[in-house]
Design a protein around this ligand. Structure first.
Ligand SMILES: *Cc1c(COP(=O)(O)O)cnc(C)c1O
Length: 429
């Protein structure tokens, strides 16, 4: 490893340590951070304060849809901020109306509410479901084990992972989890109080697990039958990441009965603003006016600045055909990872995902894996990738996620595969 990672000169090391010290003293320690501090980026590359270059296949956790420092985003920010940054939702403005129109045309008949994050978008869906069932006394929302729905109090109540709930009990009432991709379990869990089902089209934090076509179609049928809302958390798997705007559009491609599939609500964030913080949810036509005047709101949501950037991200994705790139470059990356699994089955156990939302599962124990044995295999493997110049995102104890920019080039994908292969090969020997 020594030849790949020269130690930084002492003066530079001080710069990182100075930054870390500021955090240790002043920032709430709620994150397990890696020992890296970045100063700037360009496209799919990031540069740390030591001047070292990294290939970023984490994309800021599926946020930087156009990579880093994309000139079109900079231009939209500068141009719009010269005109109007914020007005509040007491008034109308063109960018919010136009972005809503674009999102509706990409999904289907319905309306959009704008907010500022994924957690907030899910909160909106929870309130929508409560309002929908209120007069009948229905309020319960069923979600999936291993799901992730954000860090708000209702978000952790909805999330199917104990580690996010621990220490924050009691949970918000009205959420229950059942196994993912198990239609019978979902049907069996419905109570007279159940009003909605919420799932991710592709589970992200839970380890990159796509919903099966039969599960999606079955949930739609179940919700119609029981007059419940089908809600989808597309915060991570949406915005063309799967190779289509919505992951369910990709999953149901060519599946009979899938042509007209639509959920009743969809939450969005992450890639929506390409790095500018914003979130949104779409509500299907029949329920689009359920949240009437005064029932829901946020001060910042859908500001002229945020929406101008959101529109620009969509424009670049269309102009540069990034939907097709996510599909093709994703397919290329996935086949490379599958090859890796074949070569080193004792290191890489499984490869999952669609488009540029990919995950590979590592073996539970890799005896050759260096690093702090109290840290998970995923974190220790990620440290090795970092040392070799590649950024990826751990999920759970054993999974590494690749959530790169949608404009990742073939050459960059090759560069990434080479690095992952080198790290895996070293551990396999
Ligand atoms: C990231 C994420 C969220 C939370 O979004 P924030 O912007 O961090 O609040 C919710 N759901 C899913 C599936 C996510 O990946």
């Amino acid at each position: 490893m020594k030849e790949i990672v020269p130690s930084p000169p002492p003066i530079v090391r001080n710069q990182f340590e100075t930054i870390r010290e500021l955090f240790t003293k002043n920032v709430v320690p709620s994150y397990g951070r890696f020992d890296l501090a970045f100063s700037h980026g360009a496209g799919s590359h990031l540069f740390d304060v030591n001047g070292r270059r990294y290939l970023d296949l984490g994309g800021g956790i599926a946020v930087c849809a156009l990579g880093h420092a994309h000139p079109a985003i900079t231009e939209a920010l500068v141009e719009q901020s010269r005109k109007l940054v914020h007005t509040s939702n007491f008034y109308y403005h063109e960018p919010q109306g136009r972005l809503a129109q674009s999102l509706v045309s990409l999904i289907g008949p319905g309306k959009i509410f704008f907010c500022n994050s994924g957690g907030e978008a899910n909160e909106g869906l929870f309130k929508l479901a409560r309002k929908f069932g209120h007069d009948e006394g229905r309020f319960e929302i069923l979600t999936a084990i291993n799901s992730f729905h954000g860090r708000t109090l209702a978000g952790i109540s909805a999330t199917g992972q104990d580690k996010v709930k621990k220490g924050f009990e009691p949970m918000v009432a009205g959420f229950r989890q059942v196994p993912f991709n198990d239609l019978a379990a979902m049907r069996a869990a419905i109570s007279p109080a159940t009003v909605a089902i919420l799932i991710e089209g592709i589970q992200g934090e839970g380890g990159v697990t796509p919903a099966s076509p039969a599960y999606l179609l079955g949930l739609r049928q179940l919700c119609d039958e029981k007059k419940m809302l089908l809600l989808m958390d597309s915060v991570q798997c949406g915005h063309f990441r799967s190779g289509r705007f919505q992951s369910f559009q990709r999953i149901l491609e060519g599946v009979s009965g899938g042509e007209n599939f639509l959920p009743d609500g969809i939450s969005m964030a992450k890639s929506l603003g390409g790095g500018f913080p914003m979130g949104a949810f779409w509500v299907r036509g029949p329920h689009a006016d359920l949240l009437g005047a005064g029932t829901h709101g946020t001060t910042y949501g859908g500001s002229p600045l945020a929406c101008a950037v959101g529109l620009k991200v969509l424009e670049v994705i269309a102009k540069e055909k990034l939907e097709a790139n996510a599909r093709d470059t994703g397919e290329f990356l996935k086949s490379g990872l599958l090859q890796l699994k074949q070569c080193h089955p004792k290191v890489v156990r499984e490869v999952r995902g669609l488009g540029l939302m990919l995950g590979f599962e590592l073996a539970k124990e890799i005896s050759t894996l260096p690093g702090d044995p109290t840290k998970s295999v995923a974190v220790r493997f990620t440290n090795l990738l970092h040392a070799a110049g590649l950024l990826a995102i751990p999920a759970g104890a054993q999974i590494i996620r690749l959530l790169p920019a949608l404009n990742l080039s073939r050459a960059e994908a090759e560069e990434g595969l080479k690095i992952i292969e080198a790290v895996a090969a070293r551990l396999a020997t």
